[in-house]
Design a binder for this molecule. Structure first.
Ligand code: 1GP
Length: 245
């Protein structure tokens, strides 16, 4: 299966897809088992695995455990070059275009390239934009970059377009994990209209109604991390609301 084609098919058939995010560093927490239990029966569309801190974890082991619970594709959402695994189905090949730190624009990607090739991992090129969210999130701290101002829509569109012209296949607009404010609907709507890129939206989405609003504005895929760690039983509610919007 080509994961990118699969995602585009989900978008076409269901209108939008749901990609819960699992942080591999939390795999020893009790909540991880509860999430796996929910994954066995929830109609999610894929799982993202990744984290933004620099700790090394047994990524292969974590992905194998996820795969024992679901047949849906596991996509790595890497926090750095060390987050590569042959157990995954694909990897978002991200460049943090909103920042100006060469480490996350190109250096980590160069370091990861050979391992990705060795693992024969499908790469999905993604323009990754951090959008101001009311608090300084860990991805900003780790990447030592600033997010794009949430009210400067032209600047956000320019970054997304630059990604599109580089040939990136999707645009991920992220408020960052635990964001106080999620990416505004107005931003989603305008970036969709101006770029027609498939949009992944995450960061600070705490309930299914909020997720539905993002879909209505033009989000193609919704990502939630923190809320699922706290309340794994919400997976089904999110799935329903994202698919039925
Ligand atoms: C972070 O978009 C993801 O990169 C998820 O954010 O943990 O706030 O859901 P939350």
């Amino acid at each position: 299966m080509i994961v990118f084609d699969y995602l585009m098919d989900i978008r076409k058939k269901k209108g939008a897809g749901y990609l819960p995010l699992i942080d591999p560093e939390k795999a020893s927490d009790e909540s991880f088992e509860a999430i796996l239990d929910e994954l066995r029966t929830a109609d999610i569309d894929g799982i993202l695995v990744g984290g933004s801190t620099l700790k090394s974890v047994d990524l292969d082991g974590v992905i194998k455990r996820i795969k024992s619970a679901t047949e849906k594709p596991v996509i790595i959402f890497p926090g750095g070059h060390y987050q590569v695994s042959q157990e995954a189905d694909a990897i978002f090949f991200l460049s943090l275009l909103s920042g100006r730190n060469p480490q996350f624009l190109i250096e980590e990607q160069v370091k990861a390239a050979l391992s990705i090739k060795e693992c024969s991992l499908e790469t999905i090129p993604v323009a990754y934009l951090l959008i101001e969210s009311g608090n300084r999130t860990s991805v900003e701290c780790v990447s030592r970059t600033k997010s794009l101002p949430r009210d400067n829509i032209d600047q956000i569109v320019s970054h997304a377009l630059a990604g599109k012209y580089f040939g990136m296949k999707m645009c991920y607009m992220d408020g960052g994990s635990g964001a106080k404010q999620s990416v505004p609907e107005e931003v989603i709507k305008t970036v969709k209209e101006e770029t027609s890129l498939p949009l992944i939206i995450g960061g600070g989405i705490r309930d299914s109604k909020e997720a539905a609003k993002k879909v209505k504005a033009g989000a193609d895929f919704i990502v939630t991390g923190s809320i699922i760690e706290k309340t794994p039983y919400l997976l089904k509610e999110f799935t329903q609301s994202i698919h039925n919007e």
